[in-house]
Design a binder for this molecule. Structure first.
Ligand code: ADP
Ligand code: ZN
Length: 841
């Protein structure tokens, strides 16, 4: 304790010196004021707009747009990015403070990135500092951690005469010694740190700061398996299943792995790694910036003679690359039609011309095929970016790209911000995938940003999909993008035959409240498929056992205490769970409302379907693939691996099973219910359903034997179902565009949802109402829906009210949003602006 105190004082001393230095600089720059220049500095989470600082003479050569700098703000120092250097400022020179430090030898953010950041900040309504922080690969703008404690003179001081917040702070600190700042502010119920700053000035409280904005070290710790027989090692830790898993994985990988990677893929803790090291089963060593080959590089790169259709597409893209200029393409083709091969060739062409290329994929974990193909083709010139990487790895890949060492980057949406040199081509694979939309601020859509970036850099952008988004289709129809089509599967083989089972004509399953999960037709087909030795994929969108628990006596559904949704019954973990906030509760023996004991689990999820299969086909191994099983240690690799190896014959899962997996022995896919998405009150319901049905259908019959698909539904005539049956993407898009145009939904208009969230329902509705008033009178063509409670009215204890704005143009949308944002804030209400929302729930 006393030791800690001494350290704290020493640090305080250093800070004092630093601030004297700052003063001197201030005086200096004020003296030669007419010579100074100014920097606008964006800092995350502290100021919505960039702040003005003066640039001390000695720092002038290093302070340019894109430099990362330390700047003072009140009693603190912040890390931010210079977004502009100006020769003059309108501000009173007396209030302008100087920059303290320039942090990197080279400016961190290249000019194009900075421009893109400005676009994102403006279009997606996110402060520039926050946007930049989100674009950087590691947290290089992270605020200092701050620990607050009483000074000797603050101990036992009389709080009388202080304001309530200050008094509360002193009390809280008196109880607990030193406290982290966020915890302290939460305790005293204030988000404002002014009271704290006041106490610091009075000398009653001190704040110790630790910087957290440093780039990760360039050395990494890697692990390799000890030089002893694997059996022996496994035997030694037979009582520690996680350690065994880790060893097995390392052995399978056949190469050293980074600690972070091992932990991410095996899902083990640091303690597990430590234990393995302690028992000498793995050996750790440090290495400098290795790039472990992530995907099996053993197989030789495949090079095929292109089909005529592929050839035509490659030629069109090559033409655009050589001409230069912005050129969007939509490369449409059923799964297996060779789209990947087309963009690989296009990338080869770009590299030959000295350029570099970027490939975006929805999620590496679920679509490893594309990343693997790129890496096999381009070897060390390619870099794969993914979430299992450690900060150090991510940072190194970023710099490699900036230095021109990496020529092709493949990764999820954030890979768009890799500062590749001479970028000449952007590919967006599976462009329709909703994973491209970031669900937190900045809420950008990577496909749309790829187009924005393409326009700025004047380069081609290729959007690929078997089921193009309505947005991409609209670009083609307006003549704004070139349509390239691959109409046949390369390996030959026709598309699977799709059958619709009308559930209205099915006898209900016993004990299932009139529902049928496995129709007679589906069972028949499954039996045939299994008899033929083939595999089956079943799509069931809900996880768990049953989506709700119902009291038969009073009709009450057991709800989440913090969200306006029913709790889902989970059999495996024997509990009820909220899929929105994660709340868990034991399954009650009786209804809390009426005391009735007849509680029914109504409906079905993946667990129930797997159970029904086990009853019908007791000898057939079945696995579940959904977020529950993936979350479990190594779940994804395990399920997919076992299925690929044929150890599992039926894979039941949520949309995860629809992703680009290639299982040649699957000849039947069944959709348990096409209606789960159709029923959602969201204008994209039909589009999502069509895409999902088509994607999951594409899993069937990818090998030599023809595949079939069975879709069960209560709405066999819905266009999304009908067109999926005939694989008719074009007709579906025609219908859908008609609908969007008629009702003024995107892409016919630009949309934003503005949501007000608060624990106080009245406050949320007041905020929404005031905002709606601020928006009116609406500019011509702009439509405002709401204020109204969101379809899911409450999540995590917060009530949600929202406005839905649609406008004929981007500028009009921005105009209205600016007015809404300028509405007076309501206490304890969080405003969320989501431009081009993927969901309005
Ligand atoms: P998609 O991306 O449209 O699903 P892929 O590009 O992955 O399709 O191609 C599907 C399979 O066909 C892959 O195994 C690929 O190697 C192979 N393939 C692609 N183009 C050709 C070709 N011209 N000749 C032979 N095989 C090809
Ligand atoms: Zn909940």
């Amino acid at each position: 304790m006393s030791n800690g105190k001494r350290v704290g004082q020493a640090e305080g001393h250093v800070e004092l010196r630093a601030s004297i230095q700052g003063l001197t600089r201030h005086a200096l720059s004020a003296a030669c004021y007419d010579l100074s220049v100014f920097a606008l500095v964006a800092v995350p989470r502290s100021a919505p707009e960039p702040l003005t600082y003066s640039i001390p003479r000695e720092l002038e050569p290093f302070t340019v747009a894109g430099s990362r700098v330390r700047v003072p703000m009140r009693e603190r120092q912040l890390t931010g990015i210079v977004v502009e250097v100006q020769a003059a400022s309108d501000l009173d020179p007396g209030v302008i403070r100087p920059i303290n430090e320039v942090l990197d030898p080279q400016p961190l953010v290249p000019a194009e990135e900075l421009q893109l950041a400005r676009f994102i900040a403006d279009y997606y309504r996110c402060p520039l500092g926050n946007t930049l922080a989100a674009m950087l690969p590691v947290r290089l703008l992270r605020a200092d951690s701050e620990t607050v404690s009483l000074t000797p003179s603050g101990v036992g001081v009389d709080a009388a005469g202080l304001d309530a917040t200050s008094a509360a702070i002193l009390t809280a600190l008196g109880e607990g010694g030193s406290t982290r700042l966020p915890a302290l502010l939460a305790k005293v119920g204030s988000r404002d740190r002014r009271a704290l700053d006041g106490l610091v000035r009075l000398g009653l409280v001190e704040v110790r700061r630790r910087r957290r904005d440093r780039p990760p070290p360039s050395e990494v710790t890697a692990l390799r398996i000890a030089d002893r027989p694997l059996e022996q090692l496994l035997e030694e830790c037979r009582r520690a299943p996680r350690q065994r898993d880790a060893l097995q994985w390392l052995s399978d990988a056949g190469r050293p792995a980074l600690v972070a990677e091992l932990r991410a893929v095996v899902g083990c803790s640091h303690a597990t790694v430590r234990a393995l090291m302690d028992r000498g089963a793995v050996v750790s060593f440090t290495q400098r910036a290795p790039r472990p080959p992530r995907w099996a590089l053993r197989t030789a790169p495949e090079r095929h003679a292109l089909t005529d259709e592929q050839q035509a597409s490659v030629a069109a893209i090559a033409d655009a690359v050589s001409t230069g200029g912005y050129a969007p393409f939509l490369l449409e083709g059923v799964t297996g039609s060779g789209k990947t091969e087309v963009y690989l060739r296009s990338l080869e062409d770009v590299l030959e011309r000295g350029g570099s290329g970027l490939v975006l994929v929805p999620e590496i974990g679920l679509t490893p095929a594309a990343a693997g193909a790129v890496e096999r083709r381009f070897g060390a010139r390619a870099a794969v970016v993914h979430s299992a990487q450690s900060d150090g790895e991510r940072w190194r890949e970023w710099r490699r790209a900036a230095d021109g060492e990496t020529r092709v980057v493949v990764g999820p949406r954030s890979a768009l911000f890799t500062p590749l040199r001479d970028l000449r081509l952007i590919v967006v694979d599976e462009e329709h995938d909703s994973a491209y939309k970031q669900q937190e601020s900045p809420r950008y859509h990577a496909r749309d940003l790829a187009l924005v970036l393409g326009k700025r850099l004047e380069i081609p952008v290729v959007l690929c999909s078997a089921t193009p988004s309505v947005e991409a289709a609209a670009l083609v129809r307006r003549g704004l993008a070139t349509h390239l089509r691959l109409t046949r599967r390369v390996a030959g083989g026709s598309l699977p035959q799709v059958e619709v089972v009308d559930l209205r004509g099915e006898p209900p399953e016993p004990g299932e409240q009139g529902h049928t999960w496995l129709s007679r037709r589906l069972r028949e087909a499954m039996t045939e498929t299994l008899a033929a030795g083939d595999q089956i994929i079943l799509l069931m969108q809900r996880r768990g056992w049953a989506p709700l628990l119902l009291c038969r006596d009073c009709g009450t559904r057991i709800q989440c205490p913090s969200c306006s949704v029913s709790l889902v019954v989970h059999r495996r973990s024997a509990d009820l769970r909220c899929h929105y906030c994660g709340h868990r509760a034991p399954v009650p023996a009786s209804c809390a409302g009426c005391g009735g004991t007849l509680l029914d689990a109504v409906g079905a999820g993946t667990e129930k379907v797997a159970e029904l299969l086990a009853l019908d086909y007791p000898d057939v191994p079945v696995a579940i693939l959904d977020r529950d099983t993936v979350r479990r240690r190594d779940g994804l690799r395990h399920s997919l691996g076992a299925f690929a190896a044929g150890k599992v014959r039926v894979l039941v899962g949520t949309q995860m099973v629809a992703k680009g997996h290639h299982f040649p022995d699957v000849t039947l896919t069944g959709v348990i219910s096409a209606d789960a998405l159709l029923g959602l009150p969201d204008f994209r319901a039909a589009e999502r359903t069509f895409q999902l049905l088509t994607q999951v259908a594409g899993r069937s019959g990818r090998g030599s034997r023809p595949g079939r698909v069975i879709i069960q539904t209560y709405f066999p005539d819905h266009p999304a179902v009908r067109h999926a049956t005939t694989h008719d993407v074009t007709s579906f898009l025609d219908d859908e565009l008609l609908f969007r145009n008629a009702f003024g939904y995107p892409p016919a208009t630009r949309m934003a949802v503005v949501r007000y969230e608060s624990r106080d329902m009245k406050a949320a509705s007041t905020a929404a109402t005031q905002a709606a008033r601020a928006a009116t009178p609406l500019p011509p063509g702009v439509r405002l829906r709401g204020p109204a409670p969101a379809p899911i009215e409450r999540i995590r204890g917060a009530w949600r009210w929202q406005l839905l704005v649609t406008a004929p143009s981007r500028d009009l949308l921005r105009e209205v949003l600016e007015r809404i944002e300028a509405a007076p804030p309501v206490r304890a209400v969080r405003m969320v602006v989501d431009v081009d929302p993927l969901s309005t729930l």
